[in-house]
Design a protein around this ligand. Structure first.
Ligand code: FES
Ligand code: FES
Length: 191
């Protein structure tokens, strides 16, 4: 499974460094980053220092440079910033980086296989035209993977309800729903 291979390459941060009263260090699991399908670059970093007030999404984008995680609203409404935290979808603008101390985090950069093969959910979005501008897509895919694992036989209505926290300004959702249904079936079939 992709998640397993990602977990295998993601290093769990083991060191917490302290850097004075104003700054504390948070050891945050380093997401596996597949920069380009062909490059399959995996970055690993045992620990990183962050300000106490730094949001997880800011840490991912600005410190780790994993910019596939987007910021749409910054108020936990749009879902563009969704990542997996210990396998569950969370909005990374709604928590501090320090709250992720010791956790396994997967961003959209870690979803495809290291050789560039798309995750079945990514492939389903591509095949079913589940995106237009693509801004919402990383969060949609990350959320859909978590949803599909927990609801492999979801109805269309259940899929629509699962999108409550993920907003798209372009598609009208019809093809996103089709994509998630197709991706869920592919995941359940072990593709
Ligand atoms: S940026 Fe996090 S939910 Fe919109
Ligand atoms: S594809 Fe443009 S915001 Fe969703």
């Amino acid at each position: 499974m992709v998640a397993k291979s990602v977990a295998a390459v993601a290093r769990r941060a083991a060191v917490v460094r302290r850097a004075g009263a104003a700054r504390r260090a948070a050891a945050v699991a380093q997401p596996a980053a597949v920069a380009q399908p062909a490059a399959a670059a995996v970055v690993a970093q045992p620990a990183a220092e962050v300000e106490e007030r730094t949001l997880l999404v800011t840490f991912l984008r600005e410190t780790l440079r994993l910019t596939g995680t987007h910021v749409g609203c910054d108020t936990a409404q749009c879902g563009a910033c969704t990542v997996h935290l210990n396998g569950r979808a969370v909005k990374s603008c709604s928590m501090l980086a320090m709250q992720a101390e010791g956790a396994d985090i997967m961003t959209i950069e870690g979803v495809a296989k290291p050789d560039g093969t798309l995750h079945p959910m990514q492939a389903a979005f591509k095949e079913n035209h589940g995106l237009q501008c693509g801004f919402c897509t990383p969060g949609m895919v990350i959320n859909a993977i978590d949803f599909a694992k927990r609801h492999p036989d979801a109805s269309e209505q259940e899929v629509r309800e699962s999108l409550e926290g993920n907003l798209c300004r372009c598609t009208g959702y019809h093809n996103i729903v089709k994509s998630i249904i197709a991706g869920s079936k592919a995941m359940a079939a072990g593709k």
